[in-house]
Design a protein around this ligand. Structure first.
Ligand code: C5P
Length: 316
């Protein structure tokens, strides 16, 4: 695919989308549709990708960002999820003949379990909608988002929400906290389908079935969020994909141990390999960050949560 060479045909719009984490991720047995029914508590955190779009005579895609990220792992061909989102939105309007030049500026870890690809898709939907003045309804954007991936609707919405089904059925959740998380990135990504497969294989090996109660939302977590009780939220953090991810990446066990030595609770983010530490304040998060750096963890950031979903940051 060519780089952006032609003159834009319309305004340039930049849309920002946050990373997500899962405070609770309960996974049930694989269903006939190839997905695992789940119940999750999503929170959007202050780590963002930006997608810039302007109408053009032909499609183009550029991926830029922090050189420490594994940018090579982001596809720049037609399989890129942000490009697929843009094309899908135009098809929805019967406008397959139009095209856009797109730049993705990444800060969210690639294949890190923080829904970076989903953030790019959500940002691309809104950026194309605004840049090409398509005036898509929110309901239609959410429906297209759900077709693109399980986490894309939440990337649009942001805040704190319960996700059911594949994660695409969302309900706002009351959250009185102003939380701080320390994010410990890994040098190498993990594939989400591979972690779900490991979840199935571990159960098969142990001769166990996934617990159907995993689909019940833990009331203690809801209580902790409503009353902004950091210690209660900290002890309730849970992720059914943590053991399967550790099976694929045993080195993460040490990261989780180090993470558990600071803050109020530690958990794997989504399908990993990113590890999270919940902290009571920005100061506590900064102290945890320094301690983890001292323990040899090189890519550690402190981020606030919850934050807004996709938002336009430039319309020029
Ligand atoms: O929806 P998304 O494209 O993010 O999912 C990627 C893969 O992760 C799916 O193809 C499936 O293998 C697995 N998955 C799953 N159950 C879910 C979500 C994802 O098995 N609820």
């Amino acid at each position: 695919m060519s780089l952006l060479t032609d003159e834009p045909l319309g305004p340039r719009v930049t849309v920002r989308a946050p990373a997500k984490i899962n405070l609770y991720l309960g996974v049930a047995a694989l269903a006939a549709d190839g997905f695992h029914p789940l119940t999750t508590v999503f929170q959007a955190v202050g780590l963002y990708d930006d997608v810039t779009v302007s109408e053009a005579t032909e499609w183009s895609l550029r991926v830029v960002g922090d050189p420490r990220l594994d940018l090579e792992a982001v596809p720049t061909d037609d399989s890129n999820i942000a490009l697929r989102a843009a094309r899908r939105l135009l098809a929805h309007h019967g406008m397959e003949h139009r095209a856009a030049a797109m730049t993705i500026h990444k800060s969210i870890p690639v294949a890190g379990g923080m829904a970076g690809g989903s953030a790019d898709a959500a940002a691309a939907l809104v950026a194309v909608d605004r840049a090409l003045d398509l005036q898509t309804s929110d309901d239609d954007l959410l429906a297209i988002a759900a077709e693109l991936g399980s986490d894309v609707p939440f990337s649009l919405l942001g805040g704190t929400a319960v996700g059911r089904g594949r994660g695409e059925q969302l309900e706002d959740l009351e959250d009185a906290g102003g939380w701080w998380w320390v994010v410990i990135e890994s040098d190498e990504g993990l594939s989400t389908p591979a972690v779900y497969r490991a979840f199935d294989e571990l159960h098969a090996q142990q001769g166990t079935e996934p617990d159907p109660h995993a689909l019940e939302l833990p009331t203690t977590l809801v209580e902790g969020l409503v009353n902004a009780q950091v210690d209660l939220v900290g002890v309730t953090l849970w992720n059914d994909l943590q053991e399967p991810a550790l099976h694929l990446r045993p080195d993460l066990r040490r990261t989780l141990e180090d993470a558990g030595s600071c803050g109020r609770g530690a958990v794997l983010s989504g399908s990993g390999p990113t590890v999270l530490v919940l902290c009571a304040s920005r100061e506590e998060a900064d102290a945890a960050r320094e301690k983890l750096a001292g323990l040899g963890h090189e890519r550690v950031t402190a981020v606030p949560a919850p934050v807004a979903g996709v938002h336009v940051v430039e319309h020029a």
